[in-house]
Design a protein around this ligand. Structure first.
Ligand code: GLU
Length: 450
């Protein structure tokens, strides 16, 4: 291993020993950009990697809120403003009970390179809280969002930092957060939050963007092999915004999601989730109870397998993990490799453990694509929302969709090109890391050392 990378990794491990998710992503990224570091000895002199792994700012704050029974709760809020070399900090907020500093730092670090890959002027950032909206009343969610924003407002703004959604933060939460931000600041700084409702400054297609973009990326990967998406069978995990978008766009393009997994097990629908009735039912089912997908099987008379994941099934062409981090470990990866499936397209942030990812990449019959490229359309449309807000206009669905397709084509092509340039062959994982990293590195070098 390159000595400089080795030293920075050792220092990062020593300094952040209790942050496993953060160390996982730093290792994954730094090891895959080795050829780039070798080609640029000036990076070491400028302490580029040491600066890259250290957030510009990590804010942790208290959030006190009252539940419906007049009980007070104290949660922890975070915003890790990682790197603004390319533009205002941009990245989502995650509200989930397992959120901690390690998870927010891992997501923030990934976001730097994802945002760079979009070629739009946005820096990397992430935030959130260990509060989960699941099982909370609407009023409780509103009070939590207001308390969270009361503290966060001083750190954000359209030219500073623009949060958006992620797990546990959808249109409802963004609405409450933006309302409180506007109340505190007294200005219509609309670009300070994205994922807003279309009636109040949101961009059309933002909720669908991540899932649609993932399918646009998949189309490019299939095209590379002379294949079309038509008729392809897809297995996914997760059926939130992202999973739903994949189901919808796959159906639009003549493919079908035949397996999807939730927290309680997985559904096998050989006909695919490809009718309006089924797609609408998923939204309804999720709104009622986001922890169970079993009702889908009862409603549409198909198979439900409880307590396990659908990785390793043989009758699909493509796998798209779209739920959460470390969904696929070595045990699942072995089943996936043995199943003969060709395409492993990551969608959720870091859905694969590092050993499983390396193992899948080694499989000669497989094509592996990384989430930071595949899911970048969500944040791209967030940036388009900021652009519309700044210009005080709304773009049409056609305009946004055309830009989404162009963005995903560009990300795919830039990844292929970067891997080839460094003699790595057709390596979409290393290619995405190198292409994103190079953009941030160039900007940091140009802006001086600080
Ligand atoms: N949380 C999303 C992501 O992982 C979206 C971020 C945004 O729209 O700013 O990219």
């Amino acid at each position: 291993m390159n000595k400089y990378i080795e030293r920075v990794l050792a220092d990062t491990r020593a300094k952040n020993a209790n942050e496993p998710e953060f160390l996982q992503t730093v290792e994954e990224v730094l090891l895959s950009v080795e050829p780039l570091i070798e080609a640029h000895p000036e990076y070491e002199e400028a302490a580029l990697l040491e600066r890259m792994v250290e957030p510009e700012r990590a804010i942790s704050f208290r959030v006190t809120w009252e539940d419906d029974n007049h009980q007070w709760h104290v949660n922890r809020g975070y915003r890790v403003q990682y790197n603004a070399a390319l533009g205002p900090y941009k990245g989502g907020l995650r509200f989930a009970s397992n959120v901690n500093l390690s998870i927010i730092k891992f997501l923030g670090f990934e976001q730097i390179f994802k945002d760079a890959l979009t070629c739009l002027p946005i820096g990397g950032c992430k935030g959130g809280s260990d509060f989960s909206p699941i099982g909370r009343s609407d009023r409780e969610v509103m009070r939590f969002c207001q308390a969270f924003m009361t503290e966060l407002a001083r750190h954000i703004g359209g030219d500073i930092d623009s949060p958006a959604g992620d797990v546990g933060v959808g249109g409802r939460e963004i609405g409450y957060l933006y309302g409180q931000y506007r109340r505190i600041k007294g200005v219509s700084d609309m670009g300070a939050l994205t994922g807003k409702d279309v009636k109040t400054g949101g961009s059309i297609l933002r909720p669908e963007a991540t899932g649609y973009g993932a399918v646009y990326y998949l189309v490019e990967a299939l095209k590379h092999d002379g294949e079309s998406i038509e008729g392809k069978r897809i297995a996914i995990s997760g059926y939130g915004n992202v999973g739903w978008g994949i189901m919808k766009k796959a159906a639009d393009l003549g493919a079908k999601v035949t397996y999807f997994a939730g927290p309680d097990g997985y559904i096998h629908d050989p006909d695919g989730v490809n009718t309006e009735e089924k797609l609408n039912y998923i939204l309804e089912m999720r709104a009622k109870d986001p922890m169970h997908c079993q009702p889908y099987a009862e409603k549409f008379g198909c198979e439900f397998v409880p307590g396990t994941k659908c990785w390793g099934v043989k009758d699909v062409d493509i796998l798209m993990p779209a739920a959460t981090q470390n969904d696929v470990n070595m045990e699942w990866a072995e089943k996936i490799a043995a199943s003969g499936v060709k395409y492993y397209i990551e969608v959720a942030n870091m859905p694969t453990t590092n050993d499983a990812l390396a193992f899948l990449k080694e499989q000669k019959h497989m094509v592996v694509a990384p989430s930071k490229a595949v899911n970048a359309c969500g944040v791209s449309v967030s940036q388009m929302e900021m652009a519309q807000n700044a210009a005080r206009i709304y773009w049409s669905a056609e305009e946004v969709d055309a830009k989404m397709q162009a963005t995903m084509k560009n990300i795919y092509a830039a990844s292929v090109e970067a891997a080839e340039r460094y003699g790595l062959g057709y390596d979409l994982v290393a290619g995405a890391n190198i292409a994103g990293f190079q953009k941030v590195a160039d900007a940091m070098m140009a802006q001086g050392i600080f």
